[in-house]
Design a protein around this ligand. Structure first.
Ligand SMILES: *[C@@H]1O[C@H](CO)[C@@H](O)[C@H](O)[C@H]1NC(C)=O
Length: 887
């Protein structure tokens, strides 16, 4: 608050806007109101997906209501004090009239609130859903009551503080109130926690909370001064105006993209908002807005309105010349060829060694590399040089001394669901008893090692038998070890023979504070703690680490943008990284369900079948515990059902609120089967005006349009359902709820009898049946966050069709292949969009051929051999000297 404004306020006559005297009970009333308000906020944010956006915008309207109540505002008296009434100009007359007109005040407030509300309404919803079984109306009433309480709190505070005589006493009263409310809120939270468990934010965000709390108090204190010199409605109105402008600006910037297909809407909102604010500012005598004269602000508003109109008009013709999928297929086909050339450069061991060094930070290949090379050659491996995943998995361990790695294996061996496979004198074995459920898997793994185990050094490998990956080391640790590991390679470049302690070992001794690791991990982890551990595995600057993603109601466009082109998933590889997609923490079953076994937060070598980008497990090919029996790859594509088929499994009887509404399987079923008539989605359609003139489909241009989901489900054949609720014991309320929510699948035809097969992750691991689907003549649609050993070998849009787990592009992607011609009305017309079944056949065929070339059992052997050679060297004390050198 400036002295200017203070004195300006004084000039107008001392305390012209003084409200009525506060009553004695006001203080406790404020405290009570804040407590109830926070409880309502908690209630509404528990089901935030059901809340109505923009309700808060109506706060100024409520305040104005209060102010114009009879006897509340001493407006009329102000000018009467002046002697100069006779010299008033017509303009000032207008001012006078405006400032005393209650209806005008109300009208301004109404327009302002409505404009801001419309401006904040347009954003896209995420697929985290509000079910018919949720108490959406309760949330709405909580929002409304909360709004009323907000107004009450502000008015009470205003009346209390405006009557404080000096600044000092005002501050003292305010801090008293803040302290009392904090105490009351703290007590209430403590009391409630005795009855129900509530997730806190977690210690990772303590600094954020303190910082935000500090900012908030600062805001309260400074706004107190502003408000006490005027009315609360002027400050609140100004804030709402700014927020409205910001969201309108955000929406307008998206005009022409798929996220804002109704361009006019936000612009109209902006208009209403501006007119509303102009009226409001005159009606409430707001002469200056943050040091700017009112007229200047209004001119700026008008300018912004005109500029955005021009921007929107310029964007209006955003028609796409090609369907993006067309381009993806064409480009990635070339890319796949290029990749394959690069993946198999070497034609002899000599070149292979050079390639290895080039791709592995100048390190020599492991001993017996020539034998591996011959092995791979004999097995016709199409890939001889590209093993980036192995390099990536192994590299951090170069920062750990060999004996530390061996200690890690011993530590891992004590964990549940870890089996040890031993290689001794060229023979691999595991010590699982005959009745162990893991035995068949380990038998198979040992079997896979048999052809090459004679070449392996003695070692012990810790194999993870759990569905979930296990090693969730913090980013800082992994990074430090990786840097140390890189040092190794560089040092070797300088001198081949270095004796004495290696710097990496020194570093290791220094950096490992967990010399006494917590061997017996606590088994239970909360979803919150688990999410926090995952966040720690992201780099400090990334979005996944730096904040809490709480707005699960709206579509997170910054999360999806990096890997998307328009509504489609373009860079599949990027989509596997969670660190720039914090929204996935609430949109994927893997992140929502806490693991039954707490992940290890230190770097230990554990071999797993699959992992997400956050984990440091070493990937190996391995059978799953419950693999689907491979059904016959199926007949001809043309003979199959023309639909996208998916069957999900909900497992566990502990289905949390978050999982029920946000799990990737649950969202999918709700989206397709339970959308209401008002739900809409965006889809790319051929633009209508072009289609009339030219019947030639090649002339088609495309535009994003919004269509009711009911149109899309009837035009596009998508068959999804939950086929089993494993571990569901009948009396479980969570199971009961899930059953009512999603229903059960009618009957299950064989998956591969369908032309399009949607493969999503289970809650614990990658899609079941991905390899069989690749090997079949069906087109796999893949939505996953997991990596497996062969992930790097797959090319999206060539071997399979990638789908974003937010499902925003599912409709458009499928419609490219099945077409929309003659399938009923979409967005009010029959879109003349021909099917591209030819492309579908091509992708199915590419996937099949490639799986037959690069994803065979032989390829698993080649991969496993190479990983184990690397690992064998890693745990060898002489690892710095004994690399493979061609003689
Ligand atoms: C959702 O759809 C399924 C299948 O159509 C149905 O069984 C289930 O009752 C629906 N759920 C709700 C909440 O309406």
């Amino acid at each position: 608050m400036s002295d200017n404004e203070l004195s300006a306020a004084k000039d107008k006559g001392p305390q012209t806007n003084l409200p009525k005297r506060p009553r004695r009970y006001f203080l406790p009333a404020v405290v009570g109101a804040v407590v109830i308000r926070l409880e309502l906020f908690y209630l509404a944010s528990f089901d935030v997906q059901c809340s109505v956006p923009g309700v808060e915008c109506f706060l100024p309207l409520l305040l104005i209501f209060y102010e114009i109540l009879p006897g509340r505002r001493p407006r009329t008296e102000r000018r009467k004090d002046d002697d100069e009434t006779f010299s008033q100009t017509a303009f000032e007359d207008f001012d006078d009239w405006a400032e005393t007109s209650a209806p005008l005040s109300l009208l301004g407030g109404l327009l302002l609130a409505y404009g801001a509300y419309r401006a904040s309404m347009g954003s896209n919803k995420s697929t985290y859903f509000c079910s018919a079984l949720d108490r959406a109306s309760l949330v709405f009433w909580a929002q409304l009551t909360g709004l009323l309480l907000d107004a009450t709190i502000i008015i009470l505070l205003w009346r209390i503080l405006a009557w404080a005589r000096t600044t000092k006493s005002r501050l003292r009263t305010l801090s008293g109130i803040l302290l009392a409310t904090s105490l009351a809120v703290g007590t209430m939270v403590w009391l409630l926690q005795q009855y129900e468990a509530r997730d806190g934010l977690g210690s990772l965000y303590v600094f954020d909370v303190i910082f935000d709390g500090f900012l908030f108090s600062l805001f309260i204190i400074s706004s107190t001064f502003v408000v006490c010199e005027g009315n609360p409605s002027t400050l609140v109105g100004t804030i709402v105006m700014f927020c409205g402008i910001l969201s309108a600006k955000h929406r307008i910037a998206l005009a022409g993209t798929w996220e804002n297909v109704r361009r006019g809407q936000s612009h109209t909102a902006l208009f209403v908002l501006s007119v509303g604010f102009a009226t409001f500012s005159y009606a409430s005598g707001l002469r200056s807005i943050i040091y700017m004269r009112r007229i200047l602000v209004l001119i700026l508003l008008a300018l912004f309105f005109v500029c955005s109109a021009i921007y929107i008009l310029a964007k209006k013709g955003t028609l796409l010349d090609d369907y993006p999928v067309d381009k993806f297929i064409y480009n990635n086909r070339i890319e796949a060829d290029r990749w394959l050339v690069h993946a198999s450069v070497s034609k002899s061991v000599k070149i292979a060694v050079q390639e290895y060094q080039e791709r592995n930070h100048r390190r020599d290949p492991p001993p017996k590399f020539d034998i591996w090379y011959k092995f791979a050659l004999d097995r016709n491996s199409p890939i001889m040089d590209h093993f980036e995943q192995i390099g990536h998995d192994i590299l951090p361990f170069w920062g750990l001394a060999p004996e530390k790695i061996r200690e890690g294996v011993a530590l891992a061996a004590q964990q549940p669901d870890i089996a040890i496979v031993k290689v001794e004198n060229g023979a691999a074995s595991h010590g699982q008893f005959i009745d162990s459920p893991y035995r068949p898997i380990l038998d198979e793994l040992v079997d896979l090692m048999k052809p090459f185990s004679e070449h392996l050094p003695n070692m012990q490998i810790a194999v993870n038998m759990n569905e979930r990956p296990r090693v969730l080391a913090p980013w800082d640790d992994v990074q430090r070890y990786t840097q140390a590991g890189l040092g190794h390679g560089l040092r070797k470049l300088l001198s081949r023979r270095s004796v004495g302690s290696s710097p990496a070992q020194d570093l290791q001794n220094r950096v490992d504070p967990r010399s006494a690791p917590d061997i017996l991990q606590k088994d239970h982890t909360s979803a919150q703690a688990f999410r926090q551990m995952t966040a720690l595995a992201c780099s400090p600057g990334s979005k996944g680490r730096s904040g809490v993603h709480w707005n699960i109601r709206d579509f997170c466009s910054t999360c999806a943008k990096p890997q998307s082109e328009g509504i489609f998933l373009k860079h599949w590889d990027m989509s596997l990284d969670i660190c720039h997609q914090p929204d996935l923490a609430h949109l994927h079953g893997f992140h929502i369900t806490p693991p039954s076994l707490k992940p290890l937060q230190q770097l230990v070598p554990i071999f797993s079948r699959s992992k997400t980008s956050s984990y440091s497990d070493i990937l190996i090919p391995m059978r799953r515990q419950y693999d689907v029996p491979e059904d016959e790859p199926g007949s001809d594509f043309q003979m199959k059902y023309d639909q996208l088929f998916w069957r999900g499994k909900i497992s566990g009887d502990d289905i949390s609120h978050d999982l029920l509404h946000g799990g990737h399987q649950e969202r999918l079923v709700h989206l397709i089967n339970n959308s209401t008539s008002s739900d809409r989605a965006t889809i790319l359609l051929p633009s209508p005006n072009k289609g009339d003139k030219h019947k030639d489909t090649e002339e088609d241009r495309y535009r994003y349009e919004s269509a009711p989901i009911s149109d899309l489900t009837s035009a596009l054949p998508i068959n999804v359902a939950i086929s089993s609720y494993a571990n569901c014991k009948p009396p479980s309320p969570a199971c009961d709820r899930a059953l009512r929510e999603f229903g059960t699948a009618p009957e299950d035809p064989p998956t591969l009898k369908n032309r399009y097969v949607l493969l999503t992750d289970s809650d614990n691991g990658p899609p079941v049946g991905l390899l069989p689907a690749l090997r079949s003549t069906s087109v796999p649609f893949v939505a996953t966050v997991f990596r497996e050993w062969y992930t790097e070998r797959l090319m999206p849009w060539v071997h399979f069709v990638p789908v974003d787990l937010r499902y925003q592009g599912l409709w458009s992607t499928l419609s490219y292949f099945t077409g929309l011609k003659g399938k009923g009305e979409v967005a009010g017309r029959d879109p003349q969009m021909a099917a591209r079944a030819g492309d579908a056949v091509w992708i199915a065929e590419q996937g099949r051929t490639w799986a037959g070339r690069a994803l065979r059992r032989e390829d698993m052997e080649v991969y496993l051999f190479r990983v184990l050679l690397e690992y064998g060297r890693l745990v060898d004390d002489g690892r710095d000297e004994n690399g493979f050198v061609l003689t």
